[in-house]
Design a binder for this molecule. Sequence first.
Ligand SMILES: C[S@@+](CC[C@H](N)C(=O)[O-])C[C@H]1O[C@@H](n2cnc3c(N)ncnc32)[C@H](O)[C@@H]1O
Length: 296
Amino acid sequence: MKKRVFFFFVLTAVLFPPAPADAQNRILDVPYVPTKFPVVDEMLNMAGVGKNDVLYDLGCGDGRIVIGAAQKYGARGVGIDLDPERIRESEANASSAGVSDRVKFYTGDLFKADIREATVVSLYLLTTINLRLRPRLLRELRPGARVVSHNFAMDNWKPDASSEVDVDGIRHDVYLWVIPVNASGTWSWTIKLKEKTAAVRAELVQKYQYATGTVKIDGAEAAIQDAKVQGDVVRFTFEASVEGKPRTFACEGKLIGHSINGTIRSGVEGETKAWTWKAYRNPTTEKPIDEPLDVT
Ligand SMILES: C[S@@+](CC[C@H](N)C(=O)[O-])C[C@H]1O[C@@H](n2cnc3c(N)ncnc32)[C@H](O)[C@@H]1O
């Protein structure tokens, strides 16, 4: 009798293996609703997906966004879903599409996924979930990585681009954000104006991809204008008086670590003069660029 009971348990365990812990213990944060294919196309197009990209779909459903990126653009991709049934579907779909060698799917919780490798992250979740992910997206993705979302935005992190897709009379919104480098803090550089080398100090305050601040050049203070951080590129202008005449200086450079390398341009008597721009930040002055959240 005991032997029979034992055999029954062994057989049950073999035939019905337990689902992974996540799927067993957690209910879905978002129900499964697949993105319509014309919207998938727009998301991939808007993110500018190419063959060097690695796209992560957080809550990948049947894998269609990851598979589309691999099939149409030759990208690599990773899909994560809490529901093992979705992962089985994704794997079968990838195999039918002939892209199994470029994509990977696994059962897991999107909040625990390591996303640092991603150059593109796609989302079709909810605004509350996007907001919980926002600090990680900004901190863990590299500058220039893109985040594309179907229908749900990121509150006061304004998208860099958005578009609408009409499918059977229903409007779908697509949003795109480019991860900005953190350019906040105190920057110093020098610039040779006529015979004199002027010391410049800039204080940059950054929120997401926008910045404000002031520049002190030779003791005179000026406001930073039109500042924008796009991926790892920092741009702004300021006005300063040179030999009693007001001049606008346009700065543009690539930020790596605590250095910016680029060019400063200014119009002088109808001609544009350019200087090499090499600025250094005091590392202790860098501040977070996202706003603290009250969501759990
Ligand atoms: C609205 S569907 C989007 C599916 C797919 N990304 C698409 O656009 O077609 C959301 C997906 O997220 C998955 N999901 C929900 N909560 C999750 C979590 N905490 N971790 C991983 N996946 C989750 C669901 O199983 C579902 O497949």
